[in-house]
Design a protein around this ligand. Structure first.
Ligand SMILES: Cc1ncc(COP(=O)(O)O)c(C=O)c1O
Length: 384
């Protein structure tokens, strides 16, 4: 099978946030959108066809999640990640990974309890904690020439009796790290000793350029303190379906989460979201391998075409690049305006991921390589 990632799909006026949200989020009528984390590649045909089959049922009534959906997740984890340590009973479903994150925070901590995040990080990690009236504790990542590592000593110093949860971004958006087994073990050991539950958001775990270690690859003794969140939505370009799942081996934790999912009426994704899980995981391996090759090639294009004033550390995962503009003698705010108005490019503002994002902007390279090359010409012209 050959898939054509060079195909340009016109997304303007399709009610997609990446293009049609430019006015709302950047206050411009037009720009090349290189921001929000969905891809400009067609959602794979085998998924679109399975979703069309949902219409063939002729009635779009309430769904029930049957064994085949659970089995597709189990199959994928075994096949793609060599994990077989969980069963159907350990899986719950809900309507998005951020939705799951928020429900887990309510389920597994009390108001005023402390929740640790490691910054710079995907910005909803801040809001889900604050909006649930929990206390946000920051453990900034250590940055050495744009290679980021966890600061375990600082982490230990921040933990108190009120610290109940740590939200892990694995792989990490926006800095592109795939955490090593050793790093995860050290993190897990600290959390285990302090009775802190790790909620591991692994939504980018299929989009990796080196071997991925999941929290479920760690020693079973830690399983009681682990909640894993995932969805095929990033991997297969399905973000609009708002479908996700939660895996935990701890019955008590699962029961607490279930209570909140029921309370918030979010126990079941819609019929398309449910179908997309089975379709992605049963049929998606070959497509994913080709996608990863294409993104890797885009990375090379970026490496070869970006001028020396803008730098980045090659990501170990994701199509999101954490671009460093520190060599540019201008303010963060001005650089943002120059990107938008002089280059005509809409990138994510680094500051939204944390104060460490000063003079960083996040670039999405999941687009046809011709489009990427055009964007890089504009970027280089402005910042040469
Ligand atoms: C780390 C991370 N978690 C969650 C999400 C979004 O998940 P959902 O759309 O399922 O809420 C994203 C999207 O970019 C992400 O990067």
């Amino acid at each position: 099978m050959n898939y054509n990632f060079d195909e340009k799909i016109d997304r303007k006026n399709t009610d997609c946030v990446k293009y049609d949200g430019l006015k709302k989020f950047f206050n411009v009528d037009d720009a090349k959108p290189l921001w929000v984390a969905d891809m400009d590649f067609k959602t794979p045909d085998f998924i679109l066809e399975d979703l069309k089959k949902c219409f063939d049922k002729q009635i779009l009534g309430y769904p029930i999640i049957t064994d085949r959906i659970y089995e597709s997740i189990i199959y994928w984890y075994k096949k793609r990640h060599n994990i077989n340590s969980f069963s159907k009973d350990d899986i719950q479903f809900t309507t998005g990974v951020v939705t799951a994150l928020s429900a887990c925070i309510e389920a597994l901590s009390n108001e005023e309890d402390e929740v640790i995040i490691q910054t710079p990080v995907y910005f909803p990690f801040y809001s889900v904690v604050k909006d649930n009236n929990r206390k946000l504790i920051l453990n900034p990542l250590t940055n050495e020439n744009d290679y980021y590592t966890m600061d375990f000593e600082n982490l230990k110093s921040k933990i108190s009796k009120k610290t109940k949860l740590l939200i892990l971004c694995s792989p990490h958006n926006p800095v592109g790290r795939v955490w090593s087994k050793e790093e995860l073990e050290e993190l897990m050991q600290i959390c285990y000793e302090n009775n802190i539950i790790i909620i591991s958001d692994e939504i980018h775990s299929d989009l990796v350029f080196k071997k991925f270690t999941s929290i479920l690859h760690l020693d079973e003794k830690y399983f009681d303190n682990i909640v894993l969140l995932n969805s095929p939505s990033k991997t297969f370009n399905l973000a609009g379906l708002k479908s996700s799942y939660i895996i935990t081996k701890n019955n008590k934790i699962r029961a607490s989460i279930e209570k909140i999912l029921i309370k918030r009426h979010i126990t079941t994704p819609n019929i398309f979201g449910i179908e997309s899980i089975a379709s992605s995981y049963n049929k998606g391996e070959q497509w994913l391998d080709m996608l990863l090759k294409y993104i890797k090639n885009n990375l090379e294009i970026l490496n070869n075409n970006l001028n020396d004033n803008i730098t980045f550390k090659e990501p170990e995962a994701t199509y999101l690049i954490w671009l460093n503009f520190k060599k540019i003698e201008d303010t963060h705010k001005n650089i943002f305006q120059r990107l938008l108005h002089n280059s005509g490019l809409a990138l994510n503002d680094g500051i939204t991921f944390g104060e460490e994002g000063n003079k960083y902007f996040r670039l999405n390279i999941s687009l046809p390589n011709k489009e990427l090359k055009e964007a890089l010409i504009e970027l280089n012209n402005e910042f040469s």
